[in-house]
Ligand binder design. Structure first.
Ligand SMILES: C[S@@+](CC[C@H](N)C(=O)[O-])C[C@H]1O[C@@H](n2cnc3c(N)ncnc32)[C@H](O)[C@@H]1O
Length: 485
């Protein structure tokens, strides 16, 4: 085992880290010269030839970092910065005490995850995200892209108060908590500074959630009633929770909805959402730069873009990227509750067709409601890959029967989850032979992999925009237009 220095601070503080050395209770501290930021929210450093992924640092800094994951044979170690010996000019005091690695470790606990860029001034967060995006695409796809990162208009320079969707864990004594990064350690919370102000107004930290394992909160950007969704802890009969949770949540501001997720009869059944007060869904309002406006219903914890400005920014970027003409056919893959589909339908008009493909039955139900009366939009519930396979095998099958109705697809819009679309779906999109692909991504690595596959099939990125829709975190969103090279 490599010799590692210990600081007196680490000795005294006894952080709750995983054992780095095999010596129980002895955290180990490295002095590291910090290299570039990598995808995933950590910088790359080296200790005696071994790669160490250091969180809460900034490239060019010299820090002391406590090892949080290691092993003699491990390819790399992970570490948290606990002291800055030579600080970057772009460092600031972390805006959220519980997520601040320096203060957390000094107090003998782990920082909560989810704000790992909070110690970096916002303009530099964006420069680092642009560098990570460029490096990731070059490394995985072998493609050089020149990108810069744009923030959302009106964002607070602190990077706080943007999340309309927040999830919390619950301590065994019923207090709201969050997990430390890559850890089962729960940190009780009394605020969530990344959340929109409406979240604070709920004062959820004052309630007793005994018997609940997870609390999901949707706080609509347009200011409508919030929905608090409670998931019972394992082994707790949901029917024993209703009365107590109803009483507890009576302290919430008037109009707040509360619902309980109830597991289905068999493990294959999807959980049901049971109303305790108010309704089981929230409503979001979105207006595009073109002047179109739509309202969306999202049931339970159904997917909705997290940043309060993300729906509008992404709709505008997708509409611009798709450059649709009236009468055209567009496939909106991974369509969720129909956010893009509604605006794409406006763009193609009544003679056009929007095929809104989504795997989650609940999201597809919402999409059907949200697109009700839009005759040029069809909601197809199913896995993208399978739906594409069906279109390719039987292009004449009626749209009402999940087919293409004999039409050809002019544009594919896809917005997959973090894992990306993958080889099979990408190959099928290529075989569908659209004139243009608009790829919306929340993960540079899976985007780079899919871009590499498409590039091998003759596609090239015409434009790529990167948006900072997750300030104070390492996440980013991109919208790329691909055409045949
Ligand atoms: C990033 S969200 C995008 C949703 C929508 N575009 C929006 O902006 O609101 C990804 C969506 O893909 C859905 N999904 C995940 N895997 C899928 C698959 N294999 N086929 C179709 N949809 C899938 C998820 O349920 C989720 O609604």
């Amino acid at each position: 085992m490599t010799p590692i220095q210990e600081t007196s601070r680490a000795e005294g503080a006894r952080p709750q880290v995983r054992e780095a050395t095999g010596v129980p209770g002895v955290p180990q501290v490295l002095e590291l010269e910090v290299g570039p930021m990598a995808h995933g929210g950590h910088c790359v450093a080296r200790h005696e030839g071994r790669v160490v992924f250091v969180r809460h640092a900034i490239p060019s800094e010299v820090v002391r970092a406590v090892v949080t994951e290691s092993g003699e044979g491990a390819r790399f170690w992970r570490a948290d910065t606990i002291e800055v010996l030579h600080g970057s000019e772009f460092r600031r005091t972390h805006q959220w005490k519980l997520a601040d690695s320096l203060r957390a470790h000094a107090a003998g606990r782990l920082p909560v995850g989810g704000a790992e860029y909070g110690h970096i001034v916002l303009p530099h967060q964006r420069r680092l995200k642009a560098q990570v995006f460029r490096d990731t695409v070059a490394r995985i796809a072998g493609i050089q892209l020149d990108v810069h990162v744009t923030g959302a208009p009106g964002d607070d320079p602190s990077g706080l108060h943007w999340r309309t969707r927040n999830a919390f864990a619950v301590t065994p004594t019923g207090r709201l908590a969050m997990h430390a990064h890559r850890s089962t350690v729960l940190v009780p919370v009394r605020n969530m500074p990344l959340g929109v102000h409406g979240l604070d107004a709920l004062k959820l930290w004052e309630l007793d959630f005994t018997g609940i394992s997870r609390v999901d909160v949707a706080t609509p950007a347009s200011g409508g009633p919030s929905l608090v969704l409670l998931t019972p802890a394992e082994g707790v009969d949901p029917s024993t929770l209703g009365g107590r949770m109803h009483r507890q949540t009576s302290r919430l501001p008037e109009g707040t909805s509360v619902a309980l997720t109830v597991p289905g009869q068999t493990p294959e059944d999807r959980p049901e959402v049971h109303r305790l007060r108010g309704r089981t869904w929230t409503q979001e309002e979105v207006a595009s730069a073109r002047g179109d406006h739509h309202a969306f219903r999202i049931t339970g914890d159904g997917f909705w873009q997290v940043h309060r400005s993300a729906p509008t920014m992404l709709v505008d970027a997708v509409l611009q990227a798709a450059a649709l003409q009236p009468g055209q056919v567009v496939a909106d893959l991974y369509a969720g509750a129909g956010l893009f589909s509604a605006f794409l339908a406006d763009a193609v008009g009544p003679e056009g067709l929007v095929l809104s493909v989504e795997a989650s039955p609940g999201a597809s139900r919402d999409a059907r409601r949200n697109l009700h009366g839009v005759t040029q939009a069809a909601v197809l519930n199913g896995l993208t890959d399978r739906v594409l396979g069906g279109w390719l095998a039987q292009p004449e099958k009626p749209v009402a029967d999940c087919g293409l109705g004999g039409r050809t697809v002019d544009t594919v819009v896809l917005d997959p989850p973090r894992a990306g679309a993958g080889k099979s779906a990408v190959e099928r999109i290529h075989r569908l032979d659209p004139a243009r692909i608009v790829y919306v991504s929340c993960d540079p690595a899976s985007f780079a992999r899919d871009l590499g596959l498409l590039s091998g099939a003759g596609w090239a990125a015409e434009t790529v925009q990167v948006f900072d829709l997750y300030p104070d975190t390492h996440h980013m969103e991109s919208v790329a237009v691909l055409t045949r090279s």
